[in-house]
Design a protein around this ligand. Structure first.
Ligand SMILES: Nc1ncnc2c1ncn2[C@@H]1O[C@H](COP(=O)(O)OP(=O)(O)OP(=O)(O)O)[C@@H](O)[C@H]1O
Ligand SMILES: [Mg+2]
Length: 233
């Protein structure tokens, strides 16, 4: 079933006299339960697309639908509710609150959700049961990113949007994070979208979308989906 439909979405940024066409009449459909990797060079529009899907930005033209409901015409309040209830975000630099423990960071996020998941169970599934009373500064980058994933998942959104989740991590730690994202996808049946520069990561996805200059240049399903253990970079 279609979860997100992007229909001829355009987004242009103006920097002084210069106009950047970040997205050029892009159309993409995202189905429930997919695990998608978005690839593309720097500046190709990956984050712009993710931010529009996540309701953090609005297109200049075109439409975005969530479960058949048009999103680009709703008011701020409804868009805030969409972000709160339906979307979980994971960013490259974790964005945890530094004076809250791992558990408190996750709890805070669940407070804005009408149907959160059990915190202890989510913490267990990201492999952090032993570390949940630690502050971010007492954790490695990979552990902090797993807290960020737990925080995004615990509010129980349909959609998990990850912008370069392994971008600040070495390959082994990055793989741990990807394993956690795979677990979340399988156990909680979330739709997961990951942006990365690393084409190898595309092999663990069920679908790969390639962007270039604000356009989709490739969009395919993997016949042979590899496990995180099977990929090497
Ligand atoms: N808020 C903004 N103001 C001005 N220009 C912007 C803004 N956000 C993005 N852009 C421009 O739009 C284009 C697409 O940016 P976007 O961040 O989507 O690229 P990206 O594929 O995520 O790149 P990266 O891999 O470097 O993160 C770039 O040329 C960028 O400079
Ligand atoms: Mg980006």
């Amino acid at each position: 079933m279609s979860l997100i439909q992007i229909n001829k979405v355009a987004k242009t940024y103006k920097m002084g006299d210069v106009e950047v066409n970040a997205l050029k009449d892009m159309s993409v459909e995202i189905n429930e339960g997919e695990f998608i990797v978005i690839l593309g060079p720097s500046g190709s529009g990956k984050s712009t697309l993710l931010n529009i899907i996540g309701g953090m930005d609005k297109p200049d033209s075109g439409e975005i639908y969530y479960k058949g409901k048009v999103l680009n015409k709703v008011g701020e309040k409804e868009l805030t509710n969409y972000r709160r209830h339906n979307v979980g975000f994971v960013f490259q630099f974790y964005n945890l609150i530094s004076n809250l423990t791992a558990r408190e960071n996750i709890e805070l996020a669940t407070e804005i959700s009408p149907n959160p998941l059990g915190i202890n169970e989510v913490i267990m599934n990201v492999g952090l049961s032993e570390r949940m009373e630690h502050f971010p500064s007492q954790m490695s980058g990979g552990e902090q990113q797993r807290v960020a994933i737990a925080r995004a998942v615990a509010k129980n959104p349909d959609l998990l949007l990850c912008d370069e989740p392994t971008g600040a991590l070495d390959s082994e730690t990055g793989k741990e994070v990807l394993r956690v994202l795979k677990t979340v996808h399988e156990r909680y049946k979330k739709t997961v979208i990951i942006i990365t520069h690393n084409a190898t990561i595309g092999q663990i996805a069920n679908r790969v979308i390639r962007l270039k200059n604000g356009e989709v240049i490739d969009d395919f399903y993997n016949d042979n989906i590899l496990s995180v253990e099977e990929v090497e970079w």
